[in-house]
Design a protein around this ligand. Structure first.
Ligand SMILES: *Cc1c(COP(=O)(O)O)cnc(C)c1O
Length: 431
């Protein structure tokens, strides 16, 4: 493909550029759907800003206790409206997604309760929180007398609803049904909000009082609505993923039923002070801007994922989801079949990043994970995965999970640089 300026900034094989062009034609149906969803979600967010009267005064900073911080309070209202739920905590004080999920779990569960995960084994870092990982963890739910059970997914990756109902009937101490929407480092499909709704209504039929909580990481703004609009009581996620729009520098959220959000606020700060404390230290403006940009940025990430799926399936790799498949999160996995390809892909993504392009990622033992992990992320915010990034545990079937890109042109370029690196190393062939 001729580069319009007549200048070449990167050396791409001509056959690779031809494949890229063909790929973009293949994925037009996905692009149209992504744009339609972003248009609706952007309107929802804009309406929440306007409806709550966001003004310049919301961007002022507070220190100390942060009592009466109008910007912080209004942002939580805006976010609750954008997520279509009763209430929300949206704070820079959440250190990561795992922290937000942990606050929610400890906020609502009590000794003697059982947490029932119906999406099989939860995301790696949550296993330490529950107290079931190989690493010893003190202060886990288990240490506080909260039990854990799981219902494995069916062979096709869907939730075993019959098994879930059986577990609920057999164990009256189940107080929470926990659903992980995104695939995490697994190859199961991510759950759509429609599938989540199906689980919620089945659970409600037998045990209406059970709390249904969703790990919503990577799912925000991917579909037209969120899990709490489909029957879930509580959800949590990270602001250095989708809802921070690539602008929030840190943080997380918990959203859902107001009585539960209040319990979580007592765990986030203290019983009694709850949500009334928490100074914003100048973070508010970025959090507002990030939330405002999130529907668009998520769309750009989805286009990048779709391009990656299309290009690598044309290159002969198994990918999931498929290039034009409806998506429930921003993650794309590509089965790269061997460690060399995995490492080359991740190093390629890193070398095509705006920050730390010269760094060479290598597999390492990361806290909270059970196998060696290689991570590529040349991002403005450390560890941000709404920015173009790729990670992979070094284990069968040597799949890479890529996600993000604040804009499609940059994402497409990064993916091409990764493919070119694999080509240069003789790890892939183009017929
Ligand atoms: C990212 C993620 C988490 C944890 O988030 P961190 O910000 O990395 O702590 C939890 N669950 C899922 C499914 C995730 O993708």
């Amino acid at each position: 493909m001729e580069q319009k300026t007549g200048r070449k900034y990167f050396e791409f094989d001509d056959r690779l550029m031809e494949l890229a062009l063909a790929t973009e034609q293949d994925i037009q149906p996905a692009f149209k759907r992504i744009e339609d969803i972003a248009f609706i979600n952007q309107q929802k967010v804009l309406a929440a800003f306007i409806g709550n009267g966001v003004g310049e005064n919301c961007f002022t900073s507070s220190t100390g206790y942060g009592y009466g911080d109008v910007g912080r309070e209004k942002l939580e209202r805006v976010f609750a409206d954008a997520m279509e739920c009763e209430d929300a905590l949206l704070r820079h004080n959440f250190m990561c997604g795992t922290h937000a999920l942990t606050v929610a779990l400890f906020g609502v569960l009590r000794p003697g309760d059982t947490m029932l995960c119906v999406t099989g084994m939860p995301y790696d870092t949550i296993q330490s929180v529950i107290g079931i990982s190989k690493q010893s963890a003190s202060g886990s739910l288990k240490d506080f007398g909260i039990a854990f059970e799981k219902v494995d997914l069916l062979a096709d990756g869907s939730v075993d609803i019959d098994g879930t109902l059986r577990a609920l009937r057999d164990n009256r101490s189940v107080r929470m049904v926990y659903i992980q929407r995104s695939r995490g480092y697994s190859l199961r499909p991510s759950l759509t909000v429609e599938q989540i709704e199906e689980i919620c209504s089945a659970v409600r039929n037998v045990r209406p009082e059970v709390i249904i909580m969703v790990d919503n990481c990577y799912g925000e703004f991917v579909q037209l609505s969120e899990p709490c609009a489909h029957g879930a009581d509580l959800m949590a996620g990270s602001l250095i993923k989708n809802p921070g729009g690539g602008i929030a520098a840190t943080g997380g959220y918990i959203a859902g039923r107001s009585d539960l959000v209040e319990l979580c606020s007592y765990r986030l700060s203290t019983p009694g002070t709850g949500r009334e404390v928490g100074c914003t230290l100048g973070h508010s403006r970025e959090m507002y801007m990030g939330l405002f940009s999130a529907p668009h940025v998520v769309g750009e990430a989805l286009k990048t994922a779709s391009f990656c799926a299309g290009l690598f399936s044309r290159l002969g790799y198994d990918v999931t989801p498929q290039p034009n498949e409806c998506r429930a999160d921003i993650i794309q996995s590509v089965m790269l079949r061997n460690p060399e390809s995995l490492i080359a892909f991740c190093q390629g993504i890193q070398s095509g990043s705006p920050v730390d392009a010269k760094a060479l990622p290598e597999p390492w033992d990361m806290p909270g994970y059970d196998s060696k992990i290689i991570m590529a992320s040349g991002s403005f915010t450390l560890g941000s995965s709404i920015e173009l990034s790729a990670d992979a545990p070094l284990r069968e079937p040597f799949a890479v999970w890529m996600q993000g890109s604040l804009n499609y042109a940059a994402g497409k370029t990064g993916i091409l640089i990764a493919a070119q690196r694999m080509l240069d190393k003789g790890l892939l062939t183009i017929q």
